[in-house]
Design a protein around this ligand. Structure first.
Ligand code: CA
Length: 224
């Protein structure tokens, strides 16, 4: 699940980016309305977190514009404006939920999951299946056959990335870029360590392995 965070306060933006990434979301962030709009028109976000007080256009104006361009992604408004009037206006003008600052990260995550559940138009699109492996992207749950996999948020994100590229070989650099989304020394073995742990949960004895190593290149998920 990919999110767009629109927040001009750098400390809050960084906090949200980090926290939501750790919760297993892919996060794009923008510091003003216009750059957010440029990202939103790509139509790749499953939900948006929008601050109202932005340096250029107002958050409500931003929501109106992306709605006018056909975006149906649910919007969680995060704002310091706390009056009933402000909240009502936010919800009337295209926001789907409203949370006032200061906020707890856990509540942002819970409300986003709730919105994603309510608004995912086709429940099927929130699931990925490869052989007997099934990922529920909203609940962040994975199972293989009848067995539920106990994955960390990072392992889930890694498995999601491998599944989205089923049958394609992904390099360590690609994995670092897409799953960790930060600059990590490519020489690090963080990918191999996580693959090792993931494999010990996904490919247990007695089931056909899904995660395969392509020596010197990277990994591929496929059912043989
Ligand atoms: Ca602001």
């Amino acid at each position: 699940m990919r999110l767009l965070v629109v927040e001009d306060d750098e400390a809050i933006r960084t906090f949200l980016e980090r926290g939501l990434t750790e919760a297993g979301f892919q996060v794009d962030a923008a510091a003003d309305g216009r750059s957010a709009e440029a990202l939103a028109v790509e139509g790749i976000h499953d939900a948006m977190v929008v601050d109202l007080g932005l340096p250029d256009i107002d958050g409500l104006e931003f929501i109106a514009r992306v709605r006018a361009q056909g975006s149906t992604s649910p919007v969680l408004i995060l704002s310091a404006r706390r009056s009933v009037d402000d909240r009502v206006r936010g919800l009337e003008q295209g926001g789907d939920d409203y949370l006032t600052k200061p906020f707890a990260l856990a509540e942002v995550v819970a409300r986003l999951r709730n919105l994603l559940r309510r608004y995912s138009a086709q429940p099927e699109s929130s699931r990925i299946r490869v052989a007997d492996l099934e990922l529920d992207l909203v609940r962040r749950e994975a199972r293989r056959g009848e067995r539920e996999l106990q994955l960390t948020a990072q392992e889930f994100a890694l498995l999601e990335y491998l599944c989205r590229n089923t049958g394609r070989v992904v390099t360590r650099t690609l994995i670092l870029d897409h799953v960790w989304r930060m600059r990590i020394d490519p020489a690090t073995n963080v990918v191999d360590v996580h693959i090792y742990r993931l494999r010990s949960k996904v490919d247990v004895e007695g089931v056909p392995p899904l995660i395969h190593t392509i020596r010197g290149i990277g990994y591929v998920l496929k059912s043989v």
